[in-house]
Design a protein around this ligand. Structure first.
Ligand code: IVH
Length: 688
């Protein structure tokens, strides 16, 4: 449709009704989110409705209205806190969701300002509460929430309790300056705090953002003081240099960020300059894949034109700047209907309740099932069949049902009763004291056999190509394969008897079993056996310490516990595995079939190396512990501490006031960690 035609279109009654409906919907959910800190729908649903309304208003200008949520910034103001005008309006950001939309933004920006370049300061979009801090003559003087963009709530007293907040700026500050950023919790701090709230019967927060908002908008600041809030700075409001002659200390956004850091502000992690549209796209992908490793919740990345003059020239629309845009990550949470709860039997016999869902898109994947963990979790979350439920999917982890939307529950929904029998073999299930799992203890339960063989051939096990779930199930249900050892006796002739099995496929199966027999490593085999509590990392440790399965089988609990990261629970589970007669038979048969890897040279001694094993690491800036201590910790984890930044460096750990090493490392694209990131890496080493 061309432009002329488009302009003459008039909205139908249905369009009008829909626009009004969307407006009400958005106003209501805006209020829940920004003012009450208690959202009922996912961000993705909000965004979808918002975009639908924008599209309608663009198509039919008559439907636009000044009070439409599309022209407003976000929250309203709670009347219990004192309010105050922002000197400069605090805008929201426009969102893009794809490469095409990012490129369209860039094109729009360049149309508006042809001399603009493509250099952007990029940093993660912190999922916290937007805040403005005022400093007069270098002294912290006030803190204001964004509120509705024009008027914010005064939260000065609450912000004074935030420990890492600079209360004074060091030399070279303007007479008056407003620093904008986000107040929020580190994920770990948030979880610890929620745990505490739970134990003390306090309010449980839905997420770190709501917790931060709830903590800062407190009249009683002793509550705020008890919560480990942080402030991350990413921009400025009004600035008054006082003396006309005083030269600004920065001319670009990158320089501004360096200045904020020099003043002692924490800034969003991994912020850096991207010089082309391609670099921005690469940045987005990089942060998206590393999302889970950051210590904060983020929901996208933000790109800001680096040239401050260009920022000024581009200015703002009614809602958002024209020089900056947020590229949101696919949502990790969505709402859908719980159609049924089924129960799956795992390879160790654990009965896991599975939510059968009305299919829903989350983070770019269609989700139809999600875990409900166990009986206790279902009860705790009070999830019932027929409920509308929040489903979360983060990275590669299995989607989970987080909670039910209680407002929408049907009156006849009844609590779920967990089965006390194995759904596969029908035998009574057991729930062990102190554990939340029900288990089937029937060793020949077909579901368990199927699962343990599926695990044995999977990527986590021997990674036997081509033997997918479907064939594993056929082989197990026909009774031909009862243990992993049976796989290695399969012949082409036998396989050909199965329906849909051709000569080529059968030949491929036998060949890949042969490859697995020859190439299996000790670590892979240990993993493949599915010993309880023994994952990849423990398997690695064991493969480094023992020459083969026989040697491992002879180790007693005390000896096993001498190994790094192996505690009493893991050690006894390994012992229990070898004491089981059927496992001993399985190992004997694997040995007979030639599936008997021995320790490799490169594995031996690897247990001394951790996640940092063989990595080159360098420290810069001030840490909260002595540098020598940090270096020892790194060395104990297998790292080599080096003296300078080069391409060979694996990690730079940057403390406060990091200096030029940090810039150099960033320029070389080397992984930069802050102190918490470094500690998390060490811990990861211990956990695995
Ligand atoms: S720059 C010039 N950078 O997200 C625009 N904002 O949804 C100023 N936000 O209003 C914002 N992380 O409160 C910027 N790294 C970041 C951010 C960020 C979170 C907030 C900010 C903004 C909101 C829009």
């Amino acid at each position: 449709m061309d432009r002329m035609q488009q302009q003459t279109l008039l909205a139908t009654t249905a369009d009008r009704r829909r626009a009004a409906e969307l407006r009400d919907f958005l106003v209501y959910h805006n209020h829940r989110y920004h003012t009450l800190d208690s959202p009922e729908i996912s961000d993705a649903e909000y965004d979808a409705a918002f975009r639908e309304l924008v599209a309608l208003e663009e198509r039919f200008p008559e439907l636009r209205s000044p009070d439409s949520p599309t022209r407003r910034v976000g929250g309203e103001v709670l009347d219990k806190l004192e309010t105050r005008l922002h000197r400069r309006r605090m805008y929201s950001l426009d969102n893009v969701f794809s490469i095409e939309e990012w490129e369209a933004f860039l094109k729009r920006m360049k149309n508006a300002l042809p001399e603009a370049d493509s250099v952007f300061w990029c940093d993660p979009k912190m999922d916290g509460l937007a805040l403005e801090l005022g400093y007069e003559e270098g002294e912290f003087s006030f803190a204001l929430t964004r509120g509705n963009g024009s008027v914010g709530e005064v939260v000065t007293a609450a912000m004074r309790t935030v420990r890492d907040l600079p209360k004074r700026l060091s030399a070279g500050f303007p007479r008056y300056i407003e620093i904008r950023g986000e107040v929020l919790f580190r994920r770990q701090d948030f979880e610890r705090m929620n745990e505490k709230q739970r134990n003390e019967g306090g309010k449980i927060f839905a997420n770190a953002r709501n917790a931060a908002a709830g903590s800062i908008r407190q009249l009683n600041t002793s509550i705020t003081a008890a919560r480990p809030l942080r402030f991350l700075a990413y921009g400025l409001g009004a600035v008054d240099w006082g003396d006309e002659a005083a030269a600004p200390l920065w001319t670009s956004h990158a320089e501004l960020m360096a200045r904020l850091q020099a003043w002692g502000f924490e800034t969003p992690p991994r912020g850096r300059l991207c010089r082309t549209s391609e670099e921005v796209i690469a940045y987005y992908n990089e942060v998206l894949t590393r999302r889970e490793t950051l210590s904060y919740d983020i929901d996208g990345v933000v790109m800001k034109a680096n040239d401050l003059e260009a920022q000024e020239a581009l200015g703002h629309t009614a809602r958002a700047p024209r020089f900056a845009v947020a590229w949101k990550f696919p949502a990790q949470q969505a709402v859908t209907r719980l159609l049924d709860i089924t129960v799956q039997v795992g390879r160790t016999g654990v009965l896991t309740p599975v939510a059968e869902l009305e299919p829903v898109q989350i983070g770019g994947a269609l989700v139809t099932r999600a875990t409900l963990h166990n009986e206790d979790e279902i009860r705790k979350r009070d999830v019932r069949i027929g409920d509308k439920v929040f489903v979360r999917r983060a990275g590669d982890v299995i989607p989970e049902v987080v909670s039910a939307a209680l407002d929408e529950r049907s009156p006849d929904a009844t609590p779920y009763v967990f089965p006390h029998h194995c759904p596969s073999c029908g035998m009574p299930a057991h729930r062990i004291e102190g554990e939340s799992a029900w288990r089937c203890v029937n060793l020949s339960c077909p579901a368990m056999l199927r699962q343990s063989i599926t695990h044995f051939v999977s990527k986590a096990g021997l990674d036997i190509e081509g033997l997918g779930q479907r064939w594993t199930e056929m082989l197990v249900s026909s009774g031909r394969v009862r243990t992993p050892a049976d796989l290695f006796t399969l012949t082409v002739q036998e396989l050909l008897k199965y329906e849909r099995m051709g000569a080529r496929l059968a030949g491929k199966f036998v060949a890949s079993l042969d490859t697995a027999r020859r190439e299996a490593t000790l670590q892979r085999l240990i993993c493949a056996l599915g010993i309880r509590h023994v994952g990849e990392q423990t398997a690695k440790t064991l493969a480094a310490a023992y020459v083969d399965m026989d040697a491992l089988g002879k180790a007693d609990i005390e000896e096993l516990q001498q190994l790094p990261d192996i505690g009493p629970e893991v050690a006894s589970s390994i012992r229990a595995f070898f004491e089981d007669e059927s496992n001993r038979i399985l190992l004997r048969r694997l040995h007979e079939q030639g599936v008997w890897p021995v320790q490799r040279q490169e594995d031996a001694g690897a247990s001394k190396k951790g996640a940092l094993g063989g990595k080159k690491i360098l420290f810069t800036g001030t840490l909260s512990i002595p540098r020598s201590k940090a270096q020892t910790l790194a060395e104990d984890a297998g790292a080599e501490v080096v003296g300078g930044v080069s391409r060979k460096l694996d990690f730079l750990v940057a403390g406060e006031a990091p200096g030029s090493k940090l810039d150099k490392a960033r320029a070389l694209g080397i992984d930069v960690l802050d102190e918490d990131g470094f500690m998390a890496l060490l811990r990861q080493d211990q956990d695995s």
